[in-house]
Structures are given as structure tokens and as C-alpha cells.
Design a protein around this ligand. Sequence first.
Ligand code: HEC
Length: 164
Amino acid sequence: MEATRFVRRFGLVLSMGVAVFAAGYLLSPEGTGPTPAIAAANGVTFPPLGQLEHYTTVRRGVTREHMLTSRAALDAIKAGRPVPVGTHVVLVDYQSDVLTRYLVAQKMGEGIDDWQYQWFWPDQSIKADENIAQCYACHQRSRRERQFMFTFGDALSFDGSPPT
Ligand code: HEC
């Protein structure tokens, strides 16, 4: 039957078109993998964890949070300067010793308020329904003069010995 064949072909072409469109939409320009296809997307990139220093740990019940940032950012903090543009500050969240999420702050520009926030799952995908404006608001409200960091004091006193 011609008609059925046409419908089948057309269906195939259509679904390929959708797949190509979806792939283009999901892949980041850098080709680093899945990115923001949703409203919560912003300029924050997944941090280069291996290049960052673990400067302090915060514990609360079953929660253990490893705080990480770059050597350059730690040096800047000690020198009383703003952290370099591009700096990642990361909260690696463990619940009962299981990696649960990465909360990330990134310095996007020279201005004191040029920070952005993002929540990444352990597979590095973004949490789609997070209201990241709340992250920013809380950090700005309390820590604007301290690089938006609650653990600024720990970063300042970090002497290079691994935190417990
Ligand atoms: C109501 C206030 C509040 C909100 C909202 C909030 N944070 Fe925080 N954040 C904190 C506090 C307090 C700490 C210090 C660690 C702790 O007490 O667990 C912290 C620590 C951090 C750190 C480690 C660096 C630092 O500032 O010490 C990062 C990164 C971070 N938060 C990212 C985020 C992200 C991303 C979100 C949103 C998904 C978020 N935060 C939402 C209060 C907040």
C-alpha cells in the first residue's frame, strides 16, 4: 500500500528531525555533554573538581559538605582581593557518606555581585526545577562583602593541610 509506506517514511523522517533538533538543543557548544535545556540553565559550568582544593568540611548530622575552590581563589582571599573571574566555589554534599549533589557558585565578572549559582546532580546534570535565585539571594544578603561565601573565614585560615 502506497499510502502506508508514505506514512511510515514520513513518520521516520519526522522522528529523525525531532531527534536531531533535540540533540542540538541538549548539547552544549563546547561539546562537554548535557547542558541546560530548561529554565534553570545559566552560565555556570561544571567545576574542574580535580583542580580544586578542599579547604574545609561542614558536618551536620548525616550531612557532610566538602567545600572546594581554586588555589588562585584562596590566594586572592588571603591577599584581600576578589577571587578571579571564572572561579568555582563548590559544596560537595554527602548524605550518610553517599554523594548527593554539587552546589556551585561561580564568579562571572569583575563586579562584587557577579556571581551565579547552580545545582548539579552526581551525574553532572542540572536540577531542572531548582529556584537558583534563592541561592543567590541568601548568599548575597549575608555574604556580599565576603565573596558571597559563608565559609569565607575557613578559606582565609586554610593552611593547606587537608581538612578532617
Ligand atoms: C537560606 C540561605 C541559603 C540558601 C538559599 C543557599 N545557601 Fe548555599 N550556603 C548557605 C550556608 C549557611 C552555607 C555554609 C555551609 C552550611 O552551613 O551548610 C552555604 C554554603 C554554600 C557553598 C559553599 C561556599 C560557601 O558559601 O560557604 C556553596 C557553593 C553554596 N552554598 C551554593 C548554594 C547553591 C547552589 C544554592 C541553591 C541551590 C544555595 N547555596 C542556597 C546558605 C544558603
